[in-house]
Design a protein around this ligand. Structure first.
Ligand SMILES: [Zn+2]
Ligand SMILES: [Zn+2]
Length: 311
């Protein structure tokens, strides 16, 4: 899928100009008196501004965060697969991750980084000037709502893009099919993408915070959160602490829902949430840990079989 995240920031850095506290107008003076709970965190930038304001920083942050998440999970897949708990929480415990699969996914990930992410980052480094960082941190309210709104916007954009790339045979066969080579996802499948999908996901992720003229701290955090959700969607596990279990509304998709998309590719197109899939009838109840099936899923499969018979 998406991956929103996916390598997002090779297409733009964060930051805006309106947050720069160089213009002493009355409105800004009022703003600066708003409590800034994130100011202590923002102060940590001091001494590193030269690096942080570089257009390369969001790219470096995204790439390191992606590899930083994937590498430990790979160790789990390689060294823990004989443990009881591993199969208890694995969504498709009968599908073993092989060395050949790891080699294949890592190879494409590397090529995508070398041929697309790095050149885009270099171009940005050469042509985009560094923008000075603001003195003030964003307000907590702006920090949170910009990111939540960014996630919902990306979720809608990618839902439409994703559905089109499944429904239009040409688009599926030539672009999105790459991501569906594996019907049992594992972390490195997150960015196992055709370059065009990588470019689109990166562009959408990057530009969404431009709608809000977001503070650089918000932009960086949004990228980290997007990448984290995308990687978690592909881990292939449903742990008691998995993200979807922490959402009291039940609208967050998480790893079981996206795992089901890899099993039944004409369902669950939405990358982060459930509301559009439920609204447009593409929602399929996910499989639980250890390959368990809920009543909702067995009912869904029975209805699908009946539909096929009657067709
Ligand atoms: Zn996927
Ligand atoms: Zn898909």
């Amino acid at each position: 899928m998406l991956n929103a995240s996916h390598s997002a920031s090779a297409f733009g850095a964060g930051g805006n100009s309106s947050n720069l506290s160089t213009v002493p107008d009355p409105g800004e003076a009022l703003l600066s008196r708003e409590p800034r709970f994130l100011q202590p965190l923002w102060e940590l930038r001091l001494g590193y501004e030269e690096y942080l304001q570089s257009p390369l920083f969001p790219v470096v942050l995204s790439v390191f965060h992606y590899f930083g998440l994937c590498i430990p999970v790979t160790f789990v897949d390689v060294f823990c697969k004989r443990h009881k708990w591993y199969n208890k929480y694995k969504i498709q415990p009968d599908k073993e991750i092989t060395a050949a699969q790891l080699r294949d996914t890592l190879t494409l990930t590397m090529w995508n980084h070398v041929l697309f992410i790095m050149p885009a980052a270099m171009a940005q480094w050469v042509w985009t000037p560094s923008s000075p960082l603001p003195e003030m941190a964003p307000t907590l309210a702006d920090f949170l709502w910009h990111q939540i709104a960014g996630l919902f916007i990306f979720d809608f954009q990618y839902f439409v893009w994703h559905m089109m790339h499944h429904k239009v045979r040409f688009l599926y066969r030539h672009i999105h099919a790459v991501h569906h080579r594996y019907n049992s996802p594992f972390v490195w499948v997150t960015q196992y993408l055709h370059p065009w999908e990588l470019v689109v996901a990166g562009f959408l992720t990057t530009t969404n915070t431009w709608f809000f003229d977001s503070h650089p701290l918000t932009v960086w955090s949004y990228m980290v959160v997007s990448i984290t959700i995308s990687v978690e969607a592909h881990v292939g596990f449903d742990f008691p602490f998995s993200m979807h279990r922490l959402d009291p509304t039940g609208n967050f998709g998480g790893s079981p829902k996206h795992d089901m998309h890899h099993q039944k590719p004409l369902t669950n197109f939405e990358p982060f949430f459930n509301h559009f899939d439920k609204m447009f009838g593409s929602f399929c109840p996910p499989m639980g840990p250890g390959g368990t099936k809920s009543k909702a899923l067995t009912d869904y499969e029975r209805r699908a079989r009946e539909c096929k018979k009657n067709f």
